[in-house]
Ligand binder design. Structure first.
Ligand SMILES: [Zn+2]
Length: 153
């Protein structure tokens, strides 16, 4: 048992907001283990579910359904991550922990600090190389970005 596993399971019922990057920190820690193992173990899955609940369930579904896409634009080599959702595609900027979904948008308005399921899915996908690789010509970069950046209607 590591100390991480001994954290209380009911942390979402705690009133005090979590620190700005605690969810990211936890996800990064788990991802290091996942990387070392080369796969998601039962232990990782349990832990991810404890921390992220339904968001992990949805992220895991997206992974299993191969809905995480890594677009590489040629010849520039620009990389864009997208998670295909039920209604639309979501643009992910992993370095900025940015996503175009409503969950992300409202959490910023509410000053709630949490990762949306797209960010969780992308992170796990990138660690395990569990994503679809798509190559597109640079000419399609702008039109696709315009589409992905649209707010959800
Ligand atoms: Zn999102």
């Amino acid at each position: 048992m590591t100390t991480m596993e001994q954290m209380p399971h009911n942390k979402f019922q705690v009133c005090a907001p979590m620190s700005a990057d605690s969810e990211s920190d936890i996800l990064n820690t788990i991802c290091k283990e996942v990387k070392a193992e080369g796969k998601l173990t039962g232990k990782n899955i349990t832990r991810l579910y404890e921390v992220f609940g339904q968001r992990f369930t949805k992220a895991f579904e997206a992974l299993k359904e191969n809905r995480v896409k890594k677009y590489t634009f040629k010849p520039s080599g620009r990389v864009v991550w997208v998670v295909v959702g039920k209604e639309r595609d979501y643009l992910i900027m992993p370095d900025a922990e940015f996503c175009t979904c409503n969950d992300f948008y409202f959490r910023v308005l509410d000053r709630k600090i949490h990762l949306c399921y797209h960010l969780i899915a992308q992170k796990i996908a990138s660690i395990l190389e569990w994503y679809e690789k798509i190559e597109e010509h640079d000419e399609l970069y702008e039109p696709l970005m315009r589409e992905w950046r649209k707010p959800t209607p």
